[in-house]
Design a protein around this ligand. Sequence first.
Ligand code: M6R
Length: 616
Amino acid sequence: MCGIVGYTGRDQAVTYLLEGLRTLEYRGYDSAGVEVVGADGALHGVKCAGRVAALAERCETANLVGTTGIAHTRWATHGAPTDRNSHPHRDCSGRIAIVHNGIIENFRELRSYLQRNGHELASETDSEVIAHLIEEAWRGPAKGDLVAAVRNACRRLEGSWAIAAVCADAPGEVVCARNGSPLVVASAEGGAYAASDVTPLASVTSHVIQLENGQIARLESNGRVTVYDEDGAPVAHPATLDIDWDASAATLGGYSDFMAKEIAEQPEAIERLLGGRLGEKGIYLDELSMSQADLAAIDRVYLIACGTSYHVSLIARTLIQTWAKVQVVCDYASEFNYEQDVMVTPNTLCVIITQSGETADTLTAARRMRGMGCRVFAITNVLGSTAARESDGTLYVQAGPEVCVASTKAYTAQMVAAALLALRLAEARGEMDHAEVERHYRDLCALPNLIREVIGRSWQDKQAAPLFRRAHSALFLGRGVNSTTAYEGALKLKEISYLHAEAYPAGEMKHGPIALLEPGFPVVAIVPEDRVHDKTVSNIQEVIARGAVCVAVATDGDEAVASLVEHVLWIPPVPDELLVPIVAVVHLQLLARYVARARGCDVDKPRNLAKSVTVE
Ligand code: M6R
């Protein structure tokens, strides 16, 4: 949540800062702002509610000449998304400015303290106190050293932060600090750079420094980057990360939106993940960093995640319980963190599933589990993310940068990763022999082509979209593993089209939700050829009897379903019914996108949301 960038070097800062904000905009887009240390020795800034494009327009007519600066794109937490609450925030003198991602939990006490001491605060945000605390330190104990002033200010903060600060009296310097919220810095051609994640840096370098909690970095205009620990001692070997993808991976590359691009990238992402995973000894999953004996001893698996990744955990539970015969508990991280009945044994494995690797609730849950002595294994997409760094083992799903706020390719890749984990556990526990593992692996390898077929049928989703255009609500139904497909389909639809959608296990509908139905009410039923097919068909009949308009996701050739419903989204036969969700969901992604577009919504940046949810 919130994206920050900083630059000092030989070029005009505003160019990199705006470009950086554009690539980080998926982290939040309530407001945006930029501050530059001008050649005249003063700060010059522009900030406004709304998107980066609006900021860029205003920057064209502003005097933002200077080679050092900071910028921010906001997901509002404290204070409405107004011009006044936009970052950067300045101190009383107007010579210090900061941008912040995170939450300052003790900001009320700090505000009162600062106001009592004569500071005038201009916004309703928690972040603004940081600028004033730096101001106090700058004038006092830090004696004009920006690093010392930032360190001094951070000591008074409680909560989470990634901060970048500039001072008109320290030209050619950007000082960054991290505690809890991600921040990377880099020395590269043209200067020194800072950003919330590697996306804006991929065009200037392939090598970045990942700040650790408590560290502070000084960026200088000659490109030098110095990292200091909490006590102010230089860190000789800060943590580094090589960016292994091309900057163009985070561009549209001819697609009209990132959602379309990312849906299309799913087959290749799964092929990358599966490549070379089966050897003579079985499933290759060294990322677990566990011996055969430790794997065999696992007696319980906790799967913890949020949002779409939580839906992955539901599928993973079925796969692990069915294939490896281990008991699995799934939990929303935000719920898990306050539960009192968590039962772990010495052989409990905790698996966190998180595309971004930065979701605050999920990280808190992982820390809690580690605190209870559990091994934590992360399934994530983002290289070097906090989840990866804080876990005992990490499986990268290698889906490439996912920019659209609505997760698509990470969802399917994470399900495949969960299947690999389930197979590895099954093998280690002696629940499957090599031939069986090989058969399941072959089934997984069939998925990319099946998904390609579904993508080739996107016209079916386009044709179904008008059925939802004027609806006020929609119901998604499925049974077994495909009740999860229903949950994910409903989440996709509501988050990008703002159409209320509810998902229910199809058999539960008659216990309440069926009362919602009236003529014309759209219902999406996931009804592939599987053991619960006929039961689901009966449920479809029940909704149609109440006048609902039913769209079904069904297996090629299913005339029984085709003759009942208004519209069919066809999927090719999938070799294992437990893997159907990985194929069927692609229709629901496509459908949600067409409905959102028909309703005039921005599919990549839905209102009120952010890609990376770094606040609890
Ligand atoms: O990065 P994570 O997987 O931890 O994110 C979890 C959720 O915030 C995320 O899946 C969210 O639900 C998506 N917007 C859904 O499309």
